[in-house]
Design a protein around this ligand. Structure first.
Ligand SMILES: Cc1cc2nc3c(=O)[nH]c(=O)nc-3n(C[C@H](O)[C@H](O)[C@H](O)COP(=O)(O)OP(=O)(O)OC[C@H]3O[C@@H](n4cnc5c(N)ncnc54)[C@H](O)[C@@H]3O)c2cc1C
Length: 393
């Protein structure tokens, strides 16, 4: 394969790469080669029909589209319709089911009696206040100082311990922002203006974005195996891991990953919702995904369903990197890689792996649209340098 034959090379067929490829091809009339080491397009948003049940599954975990950005929403609607799905999440703890994020139903259930917003606020303030005003020394301190001991012990402690395989008293307080508590019965997981599921699934979006005569897609190809076929100063949009690009010279960045265990059950409905969290430490998985519930508008003929049990752990170099850990050491390592970027004036580092930042899909698309206008377009119009930007949101 000769990458040098194209105007632009895009490494990674996820939302960041696909958005830039689509813009370059349709707006500038330039040619693009999109390569991905996986054997499918879509990056982590990839979805496929499970052959045994006919249910559309998300191979890398449940993906719900939501955004406050009208620009991103309108852009994506060129490639898909959205259903009016609204995500709701439940947590099982000690044999009971609670609504998440914490709302009036959760608080009333946790304390075993109906509470008004005022009562709930007072109970939480009393518990959180009893924890003291001192600055949080660790994640547990911060969480208890925000939601009180009862809700923390019930819903957060075991789940966090499983997610991080570390006692929350040994985790840094910066890992979490203030935990949201709603003093209403609003149980929607997201509160963005726009939310929904792509009517024909995620992969159909990528098929439509990349279906352009100027775009060639090459799957099962690792960029580093073909990089020598490029021309000098050819524009590259790199959405792979930033530490890998620099040959891990300053060390590896820390990531968490998850493993999924697929199961097929001979019932029409396994758990009654798309995602249920399991907070107890003695339950080894963190969540169960049942994808059928993401598309209640679809008719599923078979009384069968596919579920994924999710187990969290730290990622090794060969694992799928999912969530950046972002310790102080990681931040220093990232800074070292950032200082090396100017030596590659033809490379844009973007997306969640290229920026080492957890990004939702709308943020990856928004950052790509921004990069297209401020970096890609001027570069292809003859600017000799890329506009420096940190492309994360
Ligand atoms: C478990 C989980 C659940 C999520 N749920 C949601 C959700 O509900 N809503 C939401 O908005 N977002 C969600 N996200 C985030 C969403 O997955 C990301 O926003 C999105 O994937 C970012 O797109 P991207 O293009 O930056 O990266 P990716 O989708 O990861 O794409 C990067 C691509 O680059 C390829 N690549 C890497 N290195 C190379 C190489 N050397 N050569 C060739 N190809 C390479 C990879 O194979 C990959 O396909 C979730 C993420 C996870 C992990």
């Amino acid at each position: 394969m000769q990458l040098g034959a194209f105007d632009v090379v895009v490494v990674g067929a996820g939302f960041f790469g696909a958005t830039i490829a689509e813009r370059v091809a349709s707006q500038l009339g330039c040619t693009v080669c999109v390569i991905d080491r996986r054997h499918h397009i879509g990056g982590n948003a990839y979805s496929e029909l499970d052959a045994e049940t006919g249910v559309e599954v998300h191979r890398y975990g449940t993906h719900i589209f939501h955004t406050n950005s009208e620009l991103v929403w309108n852009y994506l609607r060129r490639f898909t319709d959205f259903t009016d799905y609204r995500h709701r999440v439940f947590t099982v703890a000690q044999g009971r089911v609670y609504s998440m994020p914490i709302n009036l139903a959760t608080i009333s259930a946790a304390f075993g009696r109906q509470m008004t917003p005022r009562e709930a606020s007072a109970v939480i303030a009393a518990e959180a206040g009893a924890h003291g005003e001192q600055p949080a020394r660790n994640l547990e301190d911060k969480a208890v100082g925000s939601i009180g001991r009862t809700l923390y012990d019930l819903l957060i402690r075991g789940y966090t311990q499983k997610q991080w395989q570390t006692d929350p008293r040994e985790l840094s307080a910066d890992i979490i922002s203030r935990l949201p508590v709603r003093l209403t019965y609003d149980d929607r997981y997201f509160s963005d203006r726009f939310e929904g599921m792509p009517r024909d699934g995620y992969t159909a979006i990528f098929d439509r974005m990349l279906k352009h005569p100027n775009i060639a897609v090459r799957l099962g190809v690792d960029f580093f195996d073909v990089a020598e076929t490029m021309r000098p100063q050819q524009l590259v949009i790199y959405t792979g891991p930033i530490d890998r690009f620099f040959g891990y010279r300053c060390g590896s960045l820390g990531w968490r990953t998850v493993d999924f265990e697929r199961e097929v059950h001979d019932v029409a409905d396994f758990q009654g919702a798309a995602v249920i969290n399991y907070a107890d430490e003695d339950v080894p998985f963190t969540r169960i995904h049942e994808f059928k519930h993401l598309h209640p508008e679809r008719h599923h003929a078979l009384a069968k369903t596919t579920i994924y049990r999710e187990y969290a752990r730290f990622a090794g170099r060969d694992d799928e990197p999912y969530y950046p850990i972002n310790t102080q050491a990681d931040k220093k390592t990232l800074d070292s890689y950032r200082t090396m970027m100017p030596a590659h004036p033809n490379v844009i580092f973007g997306g969640r792996l290229g920026s080492y930042k957890y990004l939702d899909m709308h943020q990856a698309i928004g950052a790509a649209l921004k990069s297209f206008e401020h970096q890609v377009r001027p570069f292809l119009a003859g600017a000799d340098m890329l506009e420096p930007m940190i492309l994360s949101d």
